[in-house]
Design a binder for this molecule. Structure first.
Ligand code: SF4
Length: 360
């Protein structure tokens, strides 16, 4: 560390005092094992002070893998002729969401590529119909992750029943963004979170680790997540995909992601931080929870012909990412699954506060 010792900086975070940009960069650069143990311990303690030993479970329905975009890192990019393509029917989507609710997840995430079937239609009526049909069928909160929408779509989306809106920037370095998401608009994507908040939805931001970003870029993203006012923040390790321009790039060590998660917990103490099953599968759960994560995402019912985002097959059809299996796994860790009412209470309290917050 530069001016302050690591212990001083961790104490400051524990006591709820803001960290400087320099502190955040220094923490993100830690690699010494003893230092990392202190960082993870502090992140875990902060998480437990705020959320106890409870975790939340998110189910995931990737209902269309068609996409009009050509992101450099993504298996589902439009030019990948090898990509698995499907578009679930409305009935299937509702049935999958209902099955996840029955299995005990706290929230269902409706995700798709930017499928022209939905994005090409006037005012995206079909997309609104998906959200409202799922909302009619399930009693748990819903996240919409449909890609980039026009500003006038957010109120209808909220009124259809979306509690959350997710749209990951992946990086807040504009030049790197253009390489990752060619021909896409950085500002338009950034504004998705702002427009969703204004419409009354909770929001999630996410970054990718190992795509050419620097420690300074990661620190900047952590700062921007505060400005965006999102309630959930995530970091996911890049996984190379076949038939993409980045297929030769190797994944970084998972330590890079774990350190980022831990520093996120220090900086964003009240936010939810997911541990995604889409990167290392169920075996990656414990280190991510130990680094300060408190949500388990990408839970998928087996044998339903669904894909993951970062890894389209990982642990899905074997059932390892099914709700029952994840709960069994948690029994071996020192965490318990929160009740549905605890999660609903958290969502309601945040939604209640949104109108009073100053929006950027
Ligand atoms: S990351 Fe999303 S928007 Fe980009 S190609 Fe993949 S599915 Fe499409």
């Amino acid at each position: 560390m530069t001016y302050e010792s690591l212990d001083d900086v961790l104490d400051r975070a524990w006591n709820g005092h803001p960290l400087t940009d320099g502190n955040i960069r220094d923490l993100l650069a830690l690699r010494d094992e003893d230092d990392l143990n202190k960082l993870f311990q502090t992140a875990r303690s902060i998480k437990e002070r705020r959320f106890g030993n409870k975790v939340f479970l998110y189910g995931f329905v990737y209902f269309s893998t068609y996409c009009r975009n050509n992101c450099s890192f993504c298996f589902y990019r439009s030019s990948n002729k090898e990509s698995v393509r499907y578009r679930k029917t409305l009935e299937d989507i509702v049935a999958l969401a209902s099955a996840l609710e029955d299995a005990g997840v706290h929230m269902v995430d409706l995700t798709m590529g930017e499928d022209p079937f939905y994005h090409g239609r006037k005012k995206n009526e079909s997309l609104i119909e998906v959200v409202s049909s799922v909302n009619d069928a399930v009693g748990i909160p819903i996240m919409a992750s449909p890609g980039v929408l026009s500003e006038d779509m957010f109120l209808p989306m909220k009124e259809a029943g979306a509690d959350w809106f997710a749209c990951y920037q992946e990086t807040h370095n504009k030049e790197l963004f253009m390489r990752l998401r060619p021909h896409q608009d950085y500002g338009l994507r950034f504004n998705q979170k702002i427009w969703a908040r204004r419409a009354g939805m909770l929001t999630e931001e996410g970054i990718m680790i190992g795509v050419g970003e620097t420690i300074e870029d990661r620190a900047d993203s952590l700062r921007m997540m505060g400005i965006e006012g999102v309630q959930q923040v995530r970091a996911m390790t890049f996984v190379p995909q076949l038939n993409t321009p980045m297929e030769e790039l190797r994944s970084p060590s998972f330590t890079e992601e774990l350190v980022t998660l831990a520093v996120m917990r220090l900086v964003h103490q009240d936010k939810l931080i997911p541990a995604s099953l889409d990167i290392e599968g169920v075996k990656g759960l414990k280190p991510r929870l130990d680094a300060g994560a408190n949500v388990i995402t990408s839970i998928i019912p087996p044998q339903k012909g669904l894909a993951g985002v970062a890894q389209h097959e990982l642990d899905i059809d074997t059932g390892e990412r099914s709700p029952g299996n994840v709960e069994d796994m948690l029994a071996g860790l020192s965490v318990t699954v929160a009740s549905r009412s605890e999660y609903q209470g958290l969502v309601d309290s945040w939604k209640h506060r949104l109108p009073q917050e100053v929006l950027v």
